[in-house]
Structures are given as structure tokens and as C-alpha cells.
Design a binder for this molecule. Structure first.
Ligand code: HEC
Length: 126
């Protein structure tokens, strides 16, 4: 019983330390269906929303020719960069992270979903 427990704990501790696994990218690709009405990730064409190719590490409101909301432009002027932490906050609750954003999306409630989505976005960014 004791050995079983410590093995389980070792497994749970090691799990999140690994890099994005193929199944995370796969799951992220499926989750991207919730974004795809408004965003492209694999190409640099804008839709209702700006393209997300290379978004990780990109400054906010940086896609040329996309008409961002005043709120997003203001956040960008304040230094907002889409690093892992900022993306987690924005995707969990867009209107809390950038009040006044015109992205109409309720947010992803599970951290794991956001992790998978970011693994997918990273995998398709050139
Ligand atoms: C109903 C349309 C819609 C949906 C669905 C949507 N978005 Fe957006 N998204 C937008 C719009 C519009 C903007 C521009 C926001 C602004 O200017 O305030 C945006 C902005 C963003 C930005 C900031 C980009 C930048 O260049 O600064 C990210 C990141 C983003 N969306 C990710 C996502 C992800 C990931 C999903 C799915 C989980 C998603 N969005 C779902 C419309 C949408």
C-alpha cells in the first residue's frame, strides 16, 4: 500500500514537469475549434480576430492592419506581452485581463485546457 502511494505521488509530481506531449498538442488542436470562428493559427490571415500565428511572446495588438479595440491598444501601450502567464490570464477571463476587449469569449475554465491550447499554438507557429 505504501509503495503504491509513493509511486502514484512520484508520477503526479513528474507529470507536469514534462514538455508538451503529442497528446497535449492534439487536445489543444481540438480545443482550438472554440477559437477558429474568429482566429487563424496556422496562417497569418485575420478573421474577426487577429491571426494567432506566433502569438506566444508577441506584444499585444501587434498584428498590422488589424483593427484592435481601444482597450487592447491601451494594454499594449502599457507593455502587455503575450507570454505564457498573460495568455493564461486572458484566456481564463478575457474581460478581466483586458477590460473593454472586443473579444467575445467567456474564457476557458480549466488550466489544463489552456496549457494544451498553448502547446498547440506553439506547435503551429513558425
Ligand atoms: C467571437 C470571436 C472570438 C473568439 C471565439 C475568440 N477570439 Fe480571441 N480575439 C477576438 C477579437 C475580436 C480580438 C481582438 C480583441 C481586441 O482588440 O480587444 C481577439 C484577441 C485575441 C488575442 C490577442 C491577440 C493580439 O494580437 O493581441 C488572443 C491571444 C486571442 N484572441 C486568443 C484567443 C483564443 C486562444 C481563443 C479560443 C480559446 C479565442 N481568442 C477566441 C475574437 C475572438
Amino acid at each position: 500500500m505504501r509503495t503504491g502511494h509513493s509511486l502514484l505521488i512520484a508520477f503526479l509530481v513528474l507529470l507536469p514537469a514534462g514538455r508538451a506531449a503529442a497528446q497535449d498538442i492534439d487536445s489543444g488542436k481540438k480545443l482550438f475549434a472554440r477559437c477558429a470562428a474568429c482566429h487563424n493559427a496556422e496562417t497569418t490571415a485575420n478573421k474577426v480576430g487577429p491571426h494567432l500565428n506566433g502569438v506566444i511572446g508577441r506584444a499585444a495588438a501587434a498584428v498590422e492592419g488589424f483593427n484592435y479595440s481601444p482597450a487592447m491598444k491601451q494594454a499594449a501601450a502599457g507593455g502587455l506581452v503575450w507570454d505564457d502567464a498573460a495568455l493564461h490570464e486572458y484566456l481564463a477571463n478575457p474581460k478581466a485581463k483586458v477590460p473593454g476587449t472586443k473579444m467575445v469569449f467567456p474564457g476557458l475554465k480549466k488550466e489544463k485546457e489552456i496549457d494544451d491550447l498553448l502547446a498547440y499554438l506553439a506547435s503551429v507557429s513558425g
